[in-house]
Write a new protein. Structure first.
Ligand code: SF4
Ligand code: SF4
Length: 483
C-alpha cells in the first residue's frame, strides 16, 4: 500500500509482524515477507500506541505530539505503512500466496538410497523401527542399489538440474557404506559426466561410522565428500540406543574410527547428527562430548520422529527441557559470533542463515521439488525418508518425473493448503514443517506439524533475538551468510 492513500480520517491499526528485542532495540519480523526492520523512538511509540487500540491518524499524532516533532511523526507513520507494519484497519490482510513454483523448477539435490540394509538396529529408527512406512526387510525392494541404477540416477540429475552450474548428490541408507563399491563408481562417473556437461557435482554422505576403515577415509578425503555421522553422544547414550543387531552398543566401534576420520579428512567439515529422544535429553553434555572430546566441527540435533505413544517419544516437558538447553547453546554461539569465533551448534547457524536470507517458504522443505530421493530400485520419491514408499513415488529415473503427481503434491503441501498456519507468525520459516514427521504423526504428509508449533515459535524467536544482537554488535559477521 502506498503511504499517500492513507488519508487523515482513516483508522490505522497494526498489521502482521512479530516483534523482538535485541540490545534494548525493538525489531520487527514481517510476516509473510520475512523482512526485518529496526525500530527507533518514534516508531516504537507509534506501535505501542496502536497496540492498545486502532487510531485515526490525526488522533495518533495528537497523542504523540508532546514527545516528537510533527514532521518526524508523519515521516515515521509513512515508513511504517510502507513496510506494512501498520495500515488502514479495513485493508484486507495479506493473503497467503498460493502460486505454485514455475514449471521446470530445477532439481538440485538428489539423495540416493544406495542400500536399505543396516548393520545397526537403533531403537528409534524411522526406517526399521515401529514407525516405518516401507517394509525394507521383507518387501520387494532390492537391498542394494545396483551400479547401473546409480549411473542412471546421475543422468537423471544432470537432465533435471537444467540451468544450474552445481548440483548435489547425497548418499544415504540404511548404512551407506555397506554399498561402498557403488559409491566409488558413482562419484567417478558423476564427476566425468558433469564435466562433460560443463557442470560440477558436490557429494556428501551420511553414515553410522561403524564401517569406516583407512581406505574409505582416504577416499572420502581425496574426493572431498562431505560427511555427516549419525551419533547420539557419549558411550552410555550411544550404547543405549545405537546398537548392533545382537544388542551390543556401537560406541567403542565408532569412536576410534571417527577420530581417525576427523584427523585425516580435512577437505570438508565433518558434522555429527544427533537424534534426541526422551531417553537422551542431556543436550549440553551430548554437544560438549561430540565437539570437545570427539572433535566434531559441527553438531546438529533433531528430535526423533515418532508417534507420541512410544516410550522414547519426547514429552511436552521434554520439549521444554530441550528448548532450554538449545537456548543455552544459542547464547554460547552468540558469544562466539560476537568475537568472530566458531561455535559448532549448527541448529542456530542454519536458522540464522534462513533469517538473514529473508526466506519465506511456501513449503516446509525442498522435498519433491529441488530435492528428491531415489530408492534402491530407481523409483523417485519426495525425499530419502519416503524412498520405496509406493504412496510417495513421483516418478522414476527411467521414465522421469510424473508431472501430474508432482503438481498434485505441490498443491496439497503448499502453505496455502495449511489453513492452521495462516495466522502463525513463524510460517515464513516453518511453513508447516517436515512431511515425514507429519506422515508419522497424522498419517498424511500434507498435515502441518501442529504438535511442534510452540517449540518452533520459541526457537525462531530465540534465533531472531540472536540475529538482532549480531546486527547491533557485530553486523559484519552476518555477511558470511551471503556466501
Ligand atoms: S506448523 Fe505451527 S509453527 Fe509451523 S507454520 Fe504452521 S502453525 Fe506455525
Ligand atoms: S520431508 Fe522431512 S526428512 Fe524429507 S527432506 Fe523434508 S524435512 Fe527432510
Amino acid at each position: 500500500m502506498n503511504a499517500s492513500v492513507i488519508i487523515d480520517s482513516e483508522t490505522l491499526a497494526l498489521r502482521e509482524f512479530h516483534p523482538f528485542k535485541a540490545n534494548g532495540v525493538t525489531y520487527l519480523y514481517m510476516v509473510p515477507s520475512a523482512g526485518i526492520f529496526r525500530m527507533d523512538g518514534p516508531s516504537d511509540a507509534i506501535l505501542e500506541t496502536l497496540s492498545k487500540s486502532p487510531k485515526v491518524k490525526t488522533e495518533l499524532i495528537d497523542e504523540l505530539l508532546s514527545q516528537f516533532d510533527i514532521d518526524l511523526l508523519l515521516e515515521t507513520i509513512d515508513e511504517l505503512i510502507e513496510i506494512r507494519a501498520i495500515g488502514d484497519i479495513d485493508a484486507p490482510k495479506d493473503l497467503v500466496p498460493n502460486d505454485l513454483p514455475p514449471a521446470g523448477f530445477p532439481l538440485t539435490t538428489m539423495v540416493l538410497n544406495v542400500t536399505n540394509k543396516c548393520n545397526l538396529a537403533c531403537t528409534y529408527c524411522y526406517e526399521y523401527g515401529e514407525d516405518k512406512i516401507v517394509d525394507t526387510q521383507y518387501g520387494d525392494q532390492p537391498r542394494f542399489m545396483a551400479e547401473e541404477t546409480a549411473k542412471e540416477s546421475v543422468e537423471f540429475l544432470l537432465e533435471e538440474c537444467q540451468g544450474q552450474d552445481v548440483a548435489h548428490i547425497t548418499f544415504f541408507g540404511g548404512e551407506t557404506l555397506l554399498n561402498f563399491p557403488v559409491l566409488q563408481d558413482t562419484v567417478a562417473y558423476a564427476r566425468r559426466r558433469a564435466a562433460e556437461e560443463g557442470k560440477r557435482i558436490e557429494f556428501s554422505l551420511t553414515t553410522n561410522a561403524t564401517l569406516l576403515r583407512p581406505e574409505i577415509i582416504e577416499w572420502l578425503a581425496d574426493n572431498q565428500i562431505g560427511v555427516t555421522i549419525s551419533i547420539d553422544g557419549p558411550k552410555e547414550v550411544q550404547d543405549g540406543l545405537r546398537v548392533f543387531h545382537n544388542g551390543k552398543g556401537s560406541y567403542d566401534v565408532v569412536e576410534p574410527k571417527i577420530k581417525e576420520l576427523l584427523k585425516r579428512h580435512k577437505t570438508r567439515p565433518i558434522g555429527a547428527r544427533v537424534t534426541l529422544t526422551q531417553k537422551n535429553m542431556d543436550v549440553l553434555r551430548i554437544f560438549r562430548h561430540l565437539t570437545e572430546e570427539m572433535g566434531f566441527w559441527e553438531v546438529g540435533l533433531a528430535p526423533v520422529t515418532t508417534q507420541d505413544q512410544r516410550d522414547y517419544a519426547i514429552t511436552s516437558q521434554g520439549k521444554d527441557n530441550m528448548l532450554e538447553q538449545f537456548e543455552i547453546l544459542a547464547q554460547e554461539w552468540l558469544e562466539c559470533a560476537l568475537n568472530d569465533k566458531h561455535h559448532g551448534f549448527s541448529n542456530v547457524k542454519d536458522t540464522l542463515e534462513e533469517i538473514h536470507k529473508g526466506v519465506s517458504k511456501a513449503y516446509g522443505c525442498g522435498a519433491g521439488l529441488g530435492l528428491m530421493g531415489v530408492a534402491t530400485d530407481g523409483n523417485v520419491s519426495l525425499c530419502h525418508r519416503f524412498a520405496g514408499s509406493p504412496e510417495h513415488i513421483i516418478g522414476s529415473i527411467k521414465e522421469g518425473i510424473d508431472r501430474d503427481k508432482q503438481e498434485e503434491f505441490l498443491v496439497d503441501h503448499h502453505i496455502a493448503s495449511k489453513t492452521d498456519c495462516h495466522t502463525c507468525w513463524a510460517r515464513p520459516i516453518c511453513s508447516g514443517g517436515c512431511y515425514h514427521e507429519a506422515h508419522v504423526q497424522y498419517g498424511t504428509s500434507s498435515h502441518a506439524n501442529l504438535h511442534y508449533c510452540t517449540w518452533v515459535r520459541s526457537w525462531t524467536h530465540t534465533c531472531l533475538e540472536i540475529y538482532g544482537a549480531l546486527a547491533e554488535k557485530n553486523p559484519e559477521f552476518l555477511n558470511r551468510f551471503d556466501a
